[in-house]
Ligand binder design. Sequence first.
Ligand SMILES: C[S@@+](CC[C@H](N)C(=O)[O-])C[C@H]1O[C@@H](n2cnc3c(N)ncnc32)[C@H](O)[C@@H]1O
Length: 220
Amino acid sequence: MNETAAWDTYSKQKPERRPVNAAGETTWFNWTQYPDHGPGAEVLSVPPGANVLDLGCGKGGNLAHVATLGARPVGVDMSMAQIKAAEACWPDVKLELHQAEATRFLAEGEEQFDAVFSVFGAAWFTDPAALLPAVRRRLRPGGVFAFSQRPPVEGCYGCQASYITRSEDEDPLVVKRWDYEPDRWAGLLEGHGFTAVTARVIPAPPGPRKIGTLLVRAQG
Ligand SMILES: C[S@@+](CC[C@H](N)C(=O)[O-])C[C@H]1O[C@@H](n2cnc3c(N)ncnc32)[C@H](O)[C@@H]1O
């Protein structure tokens, strides 16, 4: 089974999204794996009218929030099941959605984006040697590129296997992801010409869960 089919399977397993967050809002931006936690869309510094691209947009929750800020929201996801779910979740929001592999989408177009982001998305599941130059080419000078993902397990760096579980009778599906410590991410981005790079781990909220969220932000 290929990666696209694996993500189609993943799409059907995710629980329903909450209709409102803890603040009673119907759209919100979350960089982390925990509800109502961490920074929001301000990380992207997008003024109204900005072109904003989400790499691996999934069901489009973050992108729909970007739309409420007056930006033009463009989403890319290799999984048609995810794209269809995003269309179904946000019938009243004008999202521009593309079913495509992220690096390919970036390589095939010319339009510049004011901000590019990825939340546990294609920036985690794509070799940065291919993705970073492709993002830089499509980001306007000074535009923001930001992405989040789980931090690496100590000692496990570079390409790692990620498992998408299925029923008890089926083997899990495997996709590849790329894990590095924050300093290494900063070096990779700077090596591809990004500036003002920050890379940090946002701690988990108080409670039993201890794994934080790696958040990387840079400018083109
Ligand atoms: C864990 S989900 C996260 C979805 C969404 N960003 C969110 O926060 O809910 C990862 C998403 O990235 C997409 N994806 C993974 N690799 C990709 C790639 N190379 N190109 C485009 N989409 C990709 C998957 O199809 C999936 O929808």
